[in-house]
Design a protein around this ligand. Structure first.
Ligand SMILES: Nc1ncnc2c1ncn2[C@@H]1O[C@H](COP(=O)(O)OP(=O)(O)OP(=O)(O)O)[C@@H](O)[C@H]1O
Ligand SMILES: [Mg+2]
Length: 239
């Protein structure tokens, strides 16, 4: 499997706090990798650094064979790496369609083309009937879909998803799992942060576990779930 994303020795310090510590992480083309670990482990910080929202303190981030360290988020996004945010922040006063058009404009400057593409993506995520609803009127589940639609409209090869299932009920979670399988089947690799264990276990080909900024385990979900350090640090005995 060819490497799409190759992270080596990634470190992010905030003053004296080492939020991410010498992280090595790969995502291959066509892969779904789950990034898990307790609250404060450094998962979101890793996303911020990989997607260009934070500058790393040290380390290498290579996407499709070229370093993206020091590049701005929109430039990294245009290369094909899109991400969602843990705290979804759509432009509340804009409609669902307008929010997704902002993503589409990462690829085209043509308004009609951007609108047409945004409509397609909204239909794809199941928000077609809410196209003209102001984003602020959407339910949490729909705002999560909108966040994914905005990212998908940038036409990523790798999608970074930060807790797109949190706060959703079991039915809504199943729907998102189905949607992620469809996105993956269309050829998009996925790196997902998720606390909903049954979903991340079912979806991921491989898991990477962070604890206090450090990778403490990686491997197939079944193996990682039996790892003593992972059980002690995160999963607990019931898993
Ligand atoms: N901008 C910042 N300035 C200072 N400290 C930060 C900043 N962002 C994150 N941190 C700290 O870095 C650590 C890692 O936080 P991060 O948000 O990456 O964790 P997480 O694994 O995403 O947790 P959760 O599962 O709760 O979302 C925490 O101790 C957090 O308080
Ligand atoms: Mg987080």
């Amino acid at each position: 499997m060819s490497d799409l994303l190759r992270v080596r020795g990634l470190t992010k310090r905030f003053g004296g706090l080492v939020a991410v510590n010498r992280l090595d992480l790969d995502v291959g083309a066509g892969e779904i990798v789950g990034l898990i670990g307790p609250n404060g482990a450094g998962k979101t910080t890793a996303f911020h650094v990989i997607s260009g929202f934070h500058v790393p303190s040290a380390g290498e981030i290579v996407f499709k064979g070229a370093s993206v360290v020091g590049q701005k988020p929109h430039a990294i996004c245009r290369r094909g790496l899109a991400r969602t945010f843990q705290i979804v922040q759509p432009f509340a006063g804009l409609t669902a369609l307008e929010n997704v058009m902002i993503g589409a404009f990462n690829r085209t400057g043509d308004v009609a083309e951007g609108r047409a593409h945004a409509r397609e993506v909204l239909d794809f995520v199941g928000l077609g009937s809410h196209r003209d609803a102001p984003a602020r009127t959407l339910t949490l589940a729909d705002r999560k879909r909108l966040e994914m639609a905005r990212a998908l409209a940038t036409q990523p090869e790798l999608l970074l998803l930060d807790e797109v299932m949190s706060g959703l009920n079991p039915t809504e979670i199943d729907q998102i799992v189905g949607l992620l399988r469809t996105i993956h089947a269309r050829g998009v690799a996925i790196l997902l942060i998720e606390h909903v264990m049954r979903a991340v276990m079912a979806l991921s080909h491989r898991l990477v576990v962070l604890h206090h900024g450090e990778k403490i385990a990686q491997g197939p979900p079944g193996e990682v779930a039996r790892d003593r350090r992972v059980i002690d640090a995160y999963l607990g005995e019931s898993a």
